[in-house]
Design a protein around this ligand. Structure first.
Ligand code: MN
Ligand code: MN
Ligand code: MN
Length: 286
């Protein structure tokens, strides 16, 4: 049975495939009742998402997934129940999108040195969305027939150790959490097991996240095994963070994380969606 709540989804405003309205329509068709659209570093899809939610009788909580840096590593922080017009948040997101554009330009400069059509790739990548990501560059490489699929784009050109790899350089974790808190929202660490940390470093990271004002951690994400849910649950209990759940949906062609295909949040955890600012209907969902 699909989950009634899904707090992590992407639209074509960032690196998802479907426009916000179509994301909501799909979530509704799959039985989701409460959701958050959490595009990377932009809130530009939230108005359209709100209309879609109204149309389909769903409840929407404002959201965003912000790229941050901690000890030189890229980290994703989810912001929920944010006010997208709050000045610090809006300015921070704009700064982050600038950093993404700078990174994309640095990547295509490197690709040009390997005789790839860098300017054309940049135009293709930056054309549609409000934010340019490496996913867009990977798709541009596919569109130009330079690789078969996005996976090959990362393997040959964009990934660690490849000619087009440029390390991420986003704003500091504490600063990013601060933008979310200042906008009246709640910060949660996205997909905590995806970062290549040792166990000790992961706990230090989460403690610093909490000290900066973070309150949540994504315990259930799309395609996770029960063992991974348990590991994330352990982190939430140990550090004292509310639990969040979300599919990280991007693309209807990817079979393993459609909207709402999620395990329930373990009963020992406090759901982040019980906090004030989340839709009323969320309170009855476990
Ligand atoms: Mn993404
Ligand atoms: Mn992410
Ligand atoms: Mn995501």
């Amino acid at each position: 049975m699909p989950s009634l709540i899904d707090l992590h989804m992407h639209s074509s405003v960032s690196d998802g495939i479907l426009p916000p309205r179509a994301v909501i329509a799909l979530a509704a068709a799959r039985g989701v009742k409460v959701l958050s659209l959490t595009d990377h570093d932009t809130t530009a899809g939230l108005d359209e998402a709100a209309h879609g939610a109204h149309e389909h009788g769903l409840e929407l909580v404002t959201g965003v997934e912000i790229s941050a840096t901690w000890r030189g590593r890229g980290i994703h922080v989810l912001g929920y129940a944010i006010d997208p017009t709050a000045p610090a948040l809006a300015a921070g997101l704009e700064r982050t999108r600038d950093l993404r554009r700078e990174r994309a330009r640095a990547i295509v400069m490197r690709l040009k040195r390997h005789a790839l059509p860098g300017d054309e790739l940049y135009e293709l990548a930056a054309g549609g969305a409000d934010v340019v990501t490496r996913t867009h560059l990977a798709r541009a490489l596919v569109a130009r027939g330079l690789v078969q699929d996005p996976a090959e784009a990362y393997k040959r050109w964009l990934g660690h150790g490849c000619p087009g790899h440029v390390p991420a350089n986003f704003c500091a974790l504490a600063e990013v959490v601060g933008w979310i808190v200042a906008s009246g929202g709640y910060a949660a660490v996205a997909h905590p097991l995806r970062y290549q940390f040792s166990a000790g470093t992961r706990r230090t990271f989460l403690s610093e996240f909490k000290a900066a004002g973070g309150v949540g951690i994504e315990v259930v994400t799309g395609g996770q095994s029960p063992t991974q849910v348990e590991a994330a649950m352990g982190l939430a209990l140990r550090v004292g963070l509310d639990g969040s759940i979300g599919s990280d949906f991007h693309d209807p062609a990817i079979p393993w994380n459609p909207p709402g295909r999620l395990a329930n949040l373990p009963a020992c955890l406090q759901p982040i969606w019980m906090r004030p600012g989340f839709p009323q209907g969320a309170a009855s969902i476990r």
